[in-house]
Every structure is written in C-alpha cells, then in structure tokens.
Unconditional design. Structure first.
Length: 243
C-alpha cells in the first residue's frame, strides 16, 4: 500500500464499521445460513461453512446463535432465504470496486447500491467489468509479537504462498484451496490469529492520495453501512486520514 500498511487500513476500517453499525454478528449469521443451504450443515465437509463458523467463534458469538443459523440454512428451522449478489463498478478517481451482498430482496438492494454510485457521479458496471482484475486469496493475520521464524515455519510447511510483516502483524497469504490447511496448522500451533478470511485482491492499484479521496471514502462508508452488504473490495492505495 502507498505509505501505510494494508493491515492497518483494513483493521481501522473494519473496526470503525463494526463499531458504528454493531452488526458484525448479523453478517456472519447470514453467511452461515447461505453456506449451510448451499453445501449442507456438516462443518467438516463444507469448507465455506467451516470458514464462517470459525469467523463466528473468533468474534465470540454464542454457539446457540450460529447453530440456529446452520439449521435455518438446512431447513430444520424456518428462516429467510438470502441470495448472493455481486455488484461491481468504478468509483471516484477510477477506483475499481466490488460489493458482495446477501439479500432477501434483490429489487430493494440493487437500486440502493446503484444510488450510492450515482451519488458520486459513477455507475454500476456490467458483470466482470472490474472483477477480472481481482483474484481470491486466503489471508490469515497473526499477531506480530510471534517470532518471524515460527510463523514462517508453520505457514510455509502447511502450504502458504507467502508471509509478510506489516505494522504489528504477520500476513499469511494462501491459495484459497490451501487456506483451510494453513489455518488448521496455525491454530494447531496456537498462533494468535487477529483475522482470517478469503479476500479479493488486485495487482492493479490506483493511488487515491488526491482530491478524490474524500468522495471515495464517503462512497465506501455508504456501501458498508448497507444492511445487505457483506464485503467491499477495492484496488485503492491511500494514506488513512487522521481522525
């Protein structure tokens, strides 16, 4: 990233967003429900569900909550049916943006997302208009107090692609197919994990340290505030504004 750590930016934005909305549990429960509906309720044989349940546990969600979400997904309990929707387009300064949503009413969500882009003079793009620039990647963030040699040994032996140090953290990168094996190895070694998830990243970066940064951040805030939005990914590089 330009002049700052990717992890510090993600950490700041995630913390601010979750604190402001207080709905991190809702997002996780939606993901668990959809994962169970698509791949079954067995955590051991459903990688997507396992990742979602791990996230729930890492967020200190009560077991009863995520177990109910699994049962709603498999149909054992009555629940809302969510549809996965991917929105993509360009934002202020030509930044590519991907929005992952889970919605029970696409006819409500799509106009809302479109209006956010329009507010800043941009439009939603067609399918694959920007997503071709992004690849999925497993990312496991380990506390930087752990010795580098320890993290490297555990991660690389388990099949990780790379380990990079960034501002008080070790960023372990993996192929999505190797993510769970690496995560299991990290957990078995009792390394303190700060965050672990499948992300979308782009090698094509856009420097946003300019007059468009304020508008860009406002758009991202609008998107992340939407109840149906799960994740927002961009290819922007920028220095985090001071509070």
């Amino acid at each position: 990233m330009s002049g700052h750590s990717k992890w510090s930016t993600i950490k700041h934005k995630k913390g601010a967003a979750d604190a402001k909305r207080g709905k991190v549990f809702t997002r996780i429960l939606k993901e668990i429900t959809v994962a169970a509906r698509l791949g079954g309720g067995d955590v051991g044989s459903n990688p997507r569900l396992r990742l979602a349940v791990d996230t729930a546990k890492g967020s200190n969600m009560p077991k009863d909550n995520w177990e109910r979400a699994i049962k709603k997904g498999t149909g054992e309990l009555e629940g809302v049916t969510y549809e996965e929707v991917l929105y993509e387009g360009y934002g202020p300064g030509g930044v590519a943006i991907i929005v992952e949503a889970l919605t029970d009413n696409k006819n409500r969500t799509t106009p809302e997302i479109r209006s956010y882009f329009s507010k800043f003079g941009n439009e939603l793009g067609a399918a694959n208009s920007v997503s071709y620039m992004f690849t999925k990647q497993g990312e496991i963030v380990v506390d930087g107090e752990v010795a580098e040699d320890t993290v490297m040994e555990v991660a690389l032996e388990a099949g990780a692609d790379d380990v990079q140090g960034e501002e008080g953290a070790w960023i372990i990168s993996t192929d999505p197919a190797a993510y769970q094996a690496v995560k299991d190895a990290v957990d078995a070694a009792k390394l303190p994990v700060l965050e672990a998830k499948i992300i979308r990243t782009s090698a094509v970066r856009v420097d946003m340290n300019n007059d468009k940064l304020k508008s860009f951040l406002k758009l991202i805030d609008l998107l992340e505030d939407n109840d149906d939005v799960q994740n927002v990914w961009t290819n922007a590089d920028y220095d985090e504004p001071e509070e």
